[in-house]
Design a protein around this ligand. Sequence first.
Ligand code: MD3
Ligand code: FE
Length: 215
Amino acid sequence: MADLFDSAPEPPRREDIAPGAALLRGFARGEDRALIEAIDAVVARAPFRHMVTPGGHAMSVAMTSCGSAGWVTDRRGYRYASDDPDSAQPWPQMPPVLRDLAQRAAAEAGFAGFDPDACLINRYVPGAKMALHQDKDERDFSAPIVSVSLGLPATFQFGGLARSDKPRRYELRHGDVFVWGGPTRLVYHGVLTLKDGEHPLLGRQRINLTFRKAL
Ligand code: MD3
Ligand code: FE
């Protein structure tokens, strides 16, 4: 059924943002329902939770993971772990529809053979944000990170290799996929406070998937 968000879709297209970084607008839009179903199955076994930073602050973004490794933070630090600390069970397997999407997007951006072992699932509700940071807990920085945005739009900040580099801003919308590799793999990035809104499939939230080669 047509709705407000589907009524005037832009055609999927690729924007080269920087060497190694490609924004694939609308790349995941056609498979959004299958992706959400797969996310729901992961979340049924490994619910979203607000993890605590080493500094003792609960994150405003709720997280879970699937794959052979999941990203965790607690008072001891940031790391990848093979078990979900809440259940003491292995993280749910990465659903094939998620893995396939990440591999196709990576190939489209020039990273054929990407084999992610971790998918971090972030949930933002209005008011949630993610401060500028680098992703450097992975062992091998030669693999890219593939990010998939679903639900409410967010303003993404993309800086440089120094925290003080002035970030550029991009609006990330439902179905957009970003691939970060090569020289951009270690740039500072973050997400501004999510504005309120209502998405036809996901309601008052944004979900972001990040596929990583962690181990
Ligand atoms: C650039 N997530 O989970 S996705 C994260 O929207 C994270 O939830 C944000 O940053 C989110 O770590 C941003 C885009 C992204 C993800 C990882 C990157 C951009 C990146 C790693 C290196 C460079
Ligand atoms: Fe990040």
